[in-house]
Design a protein. Sequence first.
Length: 100
Amino acid sequence: TILTDVSITHIVNHAANHASQPQPRQGNSVPNGDPIRNRETDKNNKYKVAAAAVHKEFIPLVMDTYGRMGKPFLNFLKDVAAHTALRASGNVNERTQAIY
């Protein structure tokens, strides 16, 4: 069994926090940090230990409002696609069986 938590973030929300803005004359116009990775870290800190305590895998499924997904989300979708393809062909292994 896999436990997930879905979150949608927006770069403007991150940029609206004045603490995340670069200081003047730094030559950097983008906010510090990656809002997707930051949200994944928050979710992992909140749920990963609890999931492991009950012998489950936790995956933070985070994307932004422009459709960019975090690596765990992309890997999860690839696993689901692989499981679906294997199931359609009659071949299910331990890794893909965990999805259903």
